[in-house]
Design a protein. Structure first.
Ligand SMILES: [Zn+2]
Ligand SMILES: [Zn+2]
Ligand SMILES: [Zn+2]
Length: 1235
């Protein structure tokens, strides 16, 4: 209903009612009939003190019109009574006000007003409970932006993907708010007409005298209403309102609370006021709806009697129902106050000018200064008012302040200033949030410009978080939240205070497109407060393994998880904010790191330092056992740091401000991984059945830890933290610590320990078997989980796609099932729609009645059995389905899919695959598998080891395919030919695999082992091929059937890959860890050198014409696989000693000219070769990159830093096209060295 028809509707109703009441003369005395609103208004206008006059009028008439006796009884009577009141109110109280305001017949005046009205661009329709609301999933700024049905049907969004919900009441239609919609903010009805400049003050179009009159009348009426609604005396009225003749007439007023049940209230009322059950039900219903209801009318004593019965009857178990005996005049004035507010709300709909005047009046500061405006008074007394009063003034706020763009801002500031106080009132109050003024936060905080302004000017983010933390005072000795001993009241408060997290979410829901220094400052201040909150959560609800007896009482765990779950989106949003500004990101990282150091304070204290050694490596750690010491699943500080670490990796800050990255300082990488590792070990031990006596509470926690609702900021981040830690550590040390925390170290560190265990308790053997499986799975995840943008070189799109592929690998699924399996972001989106059609085909519903998505066959090869989000059940279902599928298609059983390339901050993770400790573990398991199991080892264990071997081979193959042989630092095939080191006295991993290939008890694994051995052979051939002479590679040239397009594609990929690997290699070699690795592998280096020499000289002997160039040790040209068979004979190439595989060509000292000339020749040759189609073309840029280095006598990397000249050339070389960024990456990392 539009405002105009609303008004006329009221008018019409008045006429009808007047006609009706004529038949009932007792209702209106003759005095009332002779009343002239016009004359009254003129008298007021002439008065010296308008307020005094109006109050005198109200004092005289209000008690005579409203609340004239008992209410209740039959509903017909009540209706008539209501009509009578309406009519009298309009004629005697509101009409004079209208005359005064408009200065003429109200009907005419209002029409005139409306002609000059500039309708608000906002629809502002206030939703009733249960009314449908619509939100566009494509265009809404956030899910709180909704449209009413009328606006939705008239908008562009009805053609988009939309979401329909039903309103819980309160809140209004966002049609017309340009900030709420990315596009299509206006429906047909609310498209702005360019009749008046929106910047213009709407008050200026009103006649000046009307402005004056409106100001004073609004001010008087609003003050009256505020005074009356916040009035707390039962028998007195404010000065000037005392009734001329005061009778002994009272009401017994019953107020709503959320403590007592309907039944209790009904029962009590029947006793107290001696009414029928039906009447009692009616009273109770009204109390619940409006917040209060008079249940008895009469003299004071009569009412007071009822009151004492009610109080007595309801005070037994809880605090009694609130009852007041109020003088009828007080109740009457309160009723009129509500009508006055509604009237104000109606009047301002005719004119934006009047609306602004009312806003001004409402926010005008009183004589007491801050917090003294009428609106402040209402808000600060909100929790003391009854529901009906709150509803009416909230609605007025929405129709006035929230519809005026200028005043919305001013109101938001006042709201933010009182925020803490309002929230405290709300937490203590027991009414639902929709009846609290705090619920208006959504109207302001979700407007990005307002939220930003409040954050900068009122420090809103910090205020919200501090207020929240302040409410959770119950802490343990370390200052962590302790929910264990919560009383019912504290639990209730905890439930209410969670709405603050909702407010925080509103503030953070849209990230800033632009940062000011002030915003940075305030956001980081907010982050400090947030870290304080996370610190209170870090380590909460610790558990200790129960041995012997079963736990007696299930410990409380839900509160902590509720908190974690509620904060999940906030944590993600804070990371999103950080990702949009490098300065903020670095500062946030620093702050988070220091918070973590604080949490780690004293972590290794009291723990015995121990030294572990295995496979020729040694690491210092301390004694700690998950199975004996305290461990907690709640580690939000670690996990936020992991999230920020990934962002650093993604946004290239690491390349430009490496000196600002405090990565190497305390906490050291082993400390970074410590707590997440403990948590993962806890899960493994629970799986192994070691925590059975701890009951369901722990099982539930582990469940939620992995659950789609929590895992993004729990399990996923723990894996990332392990990846980050591992990429900063010696891979051997990392694995030793992992083994030690899994309590498996002894099994792999001494040969006979395993034997001894096999003879030990069967349960222990089984436990250890599961732990070994879990440990291997963890290693697979740490190495292989790269589908997070920043860990691997993937986009968020790839991440979602991979989730879907793995869900559909279990079985075909319905849309809703898929949505449930994917994590939602703060906007309730999963990203499913963008991806689904590319990987799945939809099968229309059959008999079962629902359509299913089925994975397209070409995506099957991306299936990874060790996908980290699979539960054990999912895993075995998926394995079964895949096995069946591959058998049908006659394919190999699942071999690992090649993972995406790692981002360079995580680049050294691949070294885990070929480190000595992992090789020792692999060797041990393979050795066990030689004999049929008999419980000593398991199929899953072997399968995991084979998967790891496969991953390593894929890595090596990928590196060989995509770069020069001499760029490949990864040489797993070589390492597995070495015999096992002590304590394993077995043969090499390769030899073991060969012997297992035909073992009859390993039939299931035969395919996999065969695939592995084939890979090894392939890689060997590749290595031989690439290290032999040019002539040899010619023989492997491509067949003519390969199209140029294929070649180009492969070439582009190869070039990108080459640049990446080169960068990675330089990075890796810069690091301390890498040096260590090299030292360890001196032997290997020597070995590969010998191999290389042998192969090249053999090839040279075979392919080159016998000539005088026997001095040529190895001929290296530029570009991958460009081995210089046609090099000038005198060119001597030596090998650089900086790394085992680095083979930078150098020429005799005085021969730089020669180098250049050689390059020129190479370029010429490349050109001619690429023309013939069998050489890999390389961009001239990449050539010069190589060239400049070749002029050095030593590899420039062995100097630690590139010289300026080479650096320039280096950049020049890469400074073409898409590789420009990479160039600066490499350059910057040269200067860092924080690895
Ligand atoms: Zn609307
Ligand atoms: Zn609209
Ligand atoms: Zn839309």
């Amino acid at each position: 209903m539009t405002s105009a028809s609303g008004f006329f509707f009221v008018r019409q109703r008045r006429k009808m009612a007047a006609a009706q009441s004529d038949r009932d003369p007792s209702v209106l005395s003759s005095e009332f009939l002779n009343f002239s609103a016009r004359d009254t208004a003129s008298r007021w206008l002439a008065a010296a003190d308008l307020q005094q006059e109006v109050y005198r009028h109200l004092a005289m008439y209000v008690p005579r019109i409203l609340c004239l006796g008992p209410s209740g009884g039959s509903s017909r009577e009540e209706q008539r009574e209501e009509q009578r009141e309406d009519l009298a109110c309009q004629l005697l109280l509101l009409a004079p006000l209208e005359w005064l305001l408009l200065g003429e017949e109200p009907a005419t005046g209002l029409v005139l007003l409306q002609e000059n009205n500039q309708p608000s661009p906002l629809c502002g329709h206030v939703f009733k409970v249960g009314e449908p609301t619509y939100s566009c999933r494509e265009c809404a700024a956030d899910p709180t932006c909704v449209l009413c049905m009328k606006c939705f049907l008239g908008s562009v969004h009805k053609e988009h993907r939309y979401r329909m919900t039903t309103s819980g009441g309160g809140g209004f239609c966002d049609c017309g708010d340009a900030e709420a919609w990315k596009r299509g903010p206006y429906c047909q009805n609310h498209t702005p007409t360019a009749s008046r400049d929106t910047e213009e003050d709407p008050v200026s179009v009103l006649p000046a005298d009307m402005v004056t009159r409106a100001s004073s009348i609004f001010s008087i009426l609003l003050k009256f209403s505020v005074d009356m609604l916040t009035w707390n005396q039962e028998d007195q009225l404010p000065a000037g309102l005392e009734p001329p003749d005061r009778g002994d007439t009272y009401y017994c007023m019953l107020f709503n609370d959320e403590v007592h049940t309907y039944e209790q209230v009904i029962y009590t009322l029947q006793k107290a006021v001696n009414c029928s059950q039906k009447e009692a039900v009616s009273f109770a219903t009204t109390v619940d709806r409006d917040g209060r209801k008079s249940v008895r009318y009469g003299d004071f004593q009569f009412c007071d009697q009822a009151k004492s019965v009610i109080v007595r009857n309801t005070s037994r178990q809880s605090k009694p129902l609130r009852v007041q005996v109020m003088h009828s005049s007080v109740v009457a004035h309160q009723c009129f106050a509500l009508r006055a507010l509604s009237w104000l709300g109606q009047i301002i709909q005719y004119s934006d000018g009047l609306r602004r005047i009312l806003c001004e009046v409402g926010l005008q500061k009183g004589p007491e200064g801050e917090y003294s405006s009428l609106v402040d008074k209402l808000m600060l007394n909100d929790s003391k008012m009854w529901k009906g009063a709150r509803n009416i003034y909230h609605q007025l706020l929405m129709n006035s302040l929230l519809m005026d763009l200028k005043y919305k801002k001013l109101f938001a500031i006042q709201f933010a200033k009182s925020y803490e106080r309002l929230q405290c009132d709300y937490v203590i109050d027991d009414h639902d949030r929709e009846f609290s003024v705090t619920d208006l936060s959504v109207q302001m905080f979700t407007v990005p410009s307002l939220a930003r302004m409040l954050m900068v000017e009122q420090n809103l983010m910090t205020t919200i978080i501090r207020t929240f933390v302040d409410h959770l005072r119950h802490r343990d000795l370390q200052g962590r939240f302790q929910f264990e001993r919560y009383t019912a009241q504290q639990a209730f408060k905890f439930g209410r205070v969670q709405s603050l997290i909702g407010d925080l979410k509103y503030v953070l829901i849209s990230q800033p497109s632009e940062w000011s220094d002030q915003l940075r400052l305030k956001f980081l201040e907010g982050l400090d407060a947030f870290l304080e909150l996370l610190k209170c959560m870090q380590g909460m609800d610790p558990v200790v393994r129960q041995v012997g007896q079963h736990i007696e009482m299930e410990p409380e765990w839900e509160a902590a998880f509720t908190l974690q779950m509620k904060l999940t989106h906030i944590i993600s949003m804070i990371q999103e904010w950080c990702s949009t500004d490098e300065h903020v990101l670095i500062e946030a990282y620093r702050k988070c790191l220091s918070a973590l150091s604080h949490c780690h304070n004293g972590l290794p204290d009291g723990e015995q330092p121990i030294s572990l050694s295995v496979a020729g490596h040694c690491v210092e750690t301390f004694r700690y056992q998950v199975s004996q010491d305290k461990v907690s699943i709640h580690l939000p500080v670690c996990r936020l740091l992991a999230g920020l670490h990934v962002l650093l990796s993604r946004t290239e800050v690491a390349f430009r401000f490496p000196e600002q990255l405090p990565l190497v300082s305390y906490p050291s990488p082993p400390l970074l991984i410590e707590l997440p590792l403990r948590c993962l070990v806890l899960c493994a031990q629970v799986h192994a059945g070691m925590w059975r006596r701890n009951g369901f509470s722990l099982i539930n926690q582990i469940y939620y830890y992995h659950n789609v609702k929590c895992r993004v900021e729990m399990f996923d981040k723990d894996i990332i933290m392990l990846q980050a830690g591992a990429s900063m550590m010696d891979p051997n040390h990392f694995l030793m610590i992992v083994l030690s925390r899994f309590e498996l170290f002894h099994i792999f560190s001494s040969a006979d320990c395993r034997k001894r265990y096999r003879e030990a308790n069967k349960d222990v053997v089984q436990q250890n078997n599961t732990l070994i499986e879990e440990m291997l799975h963890l290693v697979i995840m740490v190495i292989g989980e790269r589908y997070v943008s920043g860990v691997g070189q993937v986009e968020p799109f790839d991440e979602v796609r991979r989730e879907i592929i793995h869900q559909l690998s279990i079985r075909p699924m319905a849309h809703s099932e898929l949505v449930k399996a994917l994590p939602e972001n703060g906007n309730k989106e999963t990203g499913l729609e963008r991806v689904i059609d590319s990987v799945a085909s939809f099968k229309k519903p059959g008999v079962t009645g629902r359509g299913l998505y089925e994975l397209r066959p070409d995506w099957n090869k991306h299936f990874n059995l060790y996908f980290h989000h699979y539960s054990r059940a999912d895993q075995s279902k998926a394995e079964e389905a895949q096995r069946k599928l591959r058998r049908q298609n006659g394919e190999d059983t699942a071999c690992p899919p090649p993972p995406p390339s790692l981002c360079h901050l995580f680049g050294s993770l691949v070294n885990l695959l070929q480190c000595d400790v992992l090789l020792a573990v692999e060797g041990a398991v393979l050795q066990w598998a030689v004999e049929p199991s008999g419980g000593g080892w398991t199929e899953s264990m072997l399968q995991r080891v084979l998967h790891l071997v496969g991953l390593a081979l894929l890595e090596e193959e990928q590196q060989l395919e995509s770069s020069r042989d001499d760029d490949v630092t990864f040489n797993y095939t070589c390492k597995i030919t070495r015999p096992g080191e002590a304590p394993s006295t077995s043969g090499s991993v390769l030899a073991l695999l060969e012997s297992l290939q035909n073992a009859p008890h390993l039939e299931v694994h035969k395919d996999m082992i065969t695939w592995i051995l084939k890979m090894v052979a392939n890689i060997k051939t590749m290595r031989e091929r690439t290290s032999s002479t040019f002539t040899v590679s010619v023989s492997h040239r491509r067949g003519p059937e390969e199209t140029v397009r294929d070649k180009d594609k492969a070439e582009r990929k190869r070039k990108a890959e080459m640049a990446r690997l080169r960068r990675e290699k330089i990075m890796a070699q810069m690091s301390e860890m890498q040096k260590h690795f090299i030292n360890e592998n001196k032997e290997l280096f020597q070995q590969s050198l010998e191999e290389l020499e042998a192969s090249t000289s053999a090839a040279a002997a075979k392919n080159s014409p016998p000539s005088s160039d026997s001095t040529c040790v190895s001929q290296v040209c530029v570009g991958p696989r460009r081995v210089g068979g046609a090099e000038p004979a005198s060119c001597v190439t030596t090998l650089c000693s900086c790394t085992p595989t680095c083979r930078w060509a150098s020429t005799p000292p005085a021969d730089t000219m020669h180098a250049t000339c050689r390059v020129r020749q190479s370029v010429a040759r490349w050109e001619s070769l690429s023309a013939t189609g069998y050489a890999d073309p390389v961009t001239p840029g990449a050539l010069s990159f190589d060239t400049d280095f070749s002029a050095y006598h030593r590899c420039p990397r062995s100097f630690g830093l590139l010289s300026q000249d080479s650096e320039r050339a280096f950049r020049a070389g890469l400074n073409t096209g898409p590789r420009r960024r990479s160039a600066s990456r490499v350059r910057e990392t040269q200067e860092s060295g924080y690895f």
